[in-house]
Design a protein around this ligand. Structure first.
Ligand SMILES: Cc1cc2nc3c(=O)[nH]c(=O)nc-3n(C[C@H](O)[C@H](O)[C@H](O)COP(=O)(O)O)c2cc1C
Length: 161
């Protein structure tokens, strides 16, 4: 059941994807927040709408894929927004993050080092999940774990207002 939330209290999930995994993750997080926690959630693809109006939202969940050691540029640009008085949550899709041996390395490189450049952002939660890599149309690596994302989204929902 979706709560009838006041204007300015909705949740935005904004994402950038190339291969589709970050969009899948965004949709799973949205359905958990709607169905388990009753949040009113909008999902926005930043390639289609790079500057959504943030005044409607109390909670901002930002997702990005990672390629060649970098976040996608639309998500990086989105970090320049003013998030004052909003809860910010970050998630990434990264094949480095999806392997347990290299997960912590991915957190350091793709979350801690990136956030160091945006000291105004203090996320209430941030996580990097696995991804899916295709070469010449064939899947060469797939460590995407949708169940892990679902469990995380439930915990995140408890921290949001
Ligand atoms: C050309 C290419 C480069 C990649 N480079 C990286 C990388 O540097 N680090 C990493 O963790 N994953 C890397 N990956 C894996 C992506 O993180 C994975 O494909 C993820 O699903 C991307 O998110 P998306 O599906 O939403 O685009 C790369 C994948 C491709 C196809």
């Amino acid at each position: 059941m979706v709560k009838n939330q006041l204007v300015g209290e909705k949740t935005l999930i904004a994402f950038a994807t190339k291969g589709g995994v970050t969009e899948e993750a965004a949709c799973v997080i949205a359905s958990v927040l709607r169905e388990k926690q009753g949040f009113e959630v909008d999902v926005v693809n930043l390639r289609e709408n790079p500057s959504p109006d943030l005044t409607q939202y109390k909670n901002i969940v930002l997702g990005s894929g990672v390629r060649m050691g970098k976040w996608y540029k639309q998500s990086l640009k989105f970090l320049e927004n003013n998030f004052q008085n909003k809860n910010v949550v970050l998630f990434l899709s990264s094949c480095t993050a999806g392997d347990s041996e290299t997960h912590d390395e991915a957190i350091t490189k793709y979350i801690d080092d990136v956030l160091a450049k945006y000291p105004h952002i203090k996320p209430v939660a941030a996580e990097a999940f696995g991804g899916r890599m295709k070469m010449l149309g064939k899947v060469v690596k797939d460590n995407c774990d949708i169940d892990k994302i679902r469990v995380w989204a439930e915990e995140v929902g408890k921290k949001l207002t």
